[in-house]
Design a protein. Structure first.
Length: 297
């Protein structure tokens, strides 16, 4: 099999494992109250690249562990991510009606249920990660804390508030970087750290993987903003062209497409260099980093 085909088969097989695990952690759609559980399952199973759980499992593998140990953490991160998408799409936030190629949660279930489905997914994430059985010196409680710090007011939620407050005004380069670090890179970095913690990795490896997560996360956001300009809604499964329509300041709107591509490539190179201490065990992560730079959706 050629390398591109092999990588495609690897991601498809990881997505399949992750989807099965996500389903197993979610309450059944028939469980009372039915509408809420249907709504949670709707957004989780609507699709999505499963990038964060794939990274979490690959980080555990890069630390020499069986990646099954990281599966509860991988699913917890995807639940947090899906909650953030449901809430971000609400009329009081980004107000969108297309996500993962389907109508957004509130368009199907109404705003109140969408808010509550997001709340319940966030809570479920902590129930699931608390079931982790890490291999080495870390405890499940430390993994819970890692996820809580990432999802909280200084990272995910804080980034969202900074983003909202910046609307209509041109954010400085520093502000834009803070928003990208908090809204995007923090959860990718957390995925890496949780995979490493589940594997019982030493601080040197955790640091290397965190650097990879941070740089890849910033590159991921730049590429996301480029795709918003260059791709169709159909291809992306979410509304394209929104940043231009709402005059939102992004890396490409400030620096242009070419400079943005160069910056994403520079960050990806930085991310891959950070993996040096992990040697050949990190080859999947290198492939994922390169794939994310070249992705078209
Ligand atoms: C706490 C409400 C709340 C929001 C936090 C994550 C977030 C901030 C908002 C979601 C919308 C957004 C533009 C986030 C930036 C990160 C990003 C590009 C998310 C999309 O991730 P993909 O492409 O999505 O991995 P899929 O659908 O493939 O999982």
């Amino acid at each position: 099999m050629n390398p591109a085909k092999e990588f495609k088969a690897y991601t498809a097989s990881q997505q399949k494992r992750i989807n099965a695990a996500l389903r197993s952690f979610l309450p059944r759609a028939s469980c009372r109250p039915k509408t809420l559980h249907e709504s949670m399952r709707y957004s989780v199973s609507a699709g999505g690249k499963r990038l964060r759980p794939i990274l979490c499992l690959a980080a555990a593998e890069a630390c020499g562990s069986n990646d099954n140990l990281a599966m509860p953490a991988a699913c917890a991160v995807e639940f947090v991510h899906t909650y953030s998408l449901i809430h971000d799409d609400l009329p009081c936030m980004d107000d969108d009606d297309l996500r993962r190629g389907k109508p957004t949660n509130h368009k199907v279930y109404g705003e109140a249920v969408a808010v509550l489905a997001g709340d319940a997914l966030l809570t479920l994430a902590f129930e699931v990660i608390s079931q982790s059985k890490p291999a080495g010196k870390y405890t499940a409680a430390e993994m819970v804390q890692e996820l809580a710090l990432t999802a909280g007011s200084k990272r995910l939620v804080g980034g969202q508030v900074m983003d909202m407050e910046g609307e209509g005004a041109e954010p400085s380069a520093r502000q834009l970087r803070f928003i990208h670090e908090s809204k995007t890179a923090a959860l990718l970095t957390c995925s890496m750290r949780l995979g490493a913690m589940a594997a019982g990795a030493n601080p040197g490896k955790i640091d290397a993987l965190s650097q990879f997560g941070q740089a890849t996360g910033l590159a991921f956001q730049i590429i996301d903003d480029i795709l918003d300009i260059t791709q169709s809604s159909e291809k992306l499964g979410k509304s394209a062209g929104k940043d231009l329509a709402t005059e939102k300041a992004t890396y490409p709107s400030t620096h242009g497409l070419e400079k943005s591509r160069r910056e994403a490539a520079r960050l990806t190179e930085q991310a891959i260099t950070a993996l040096k201490p992990l040697g050949s065990k990190a080859s999947r992560l290198r492939e994922i980093g390169s794939y994310l730079l070249d992705r078209d959706y």
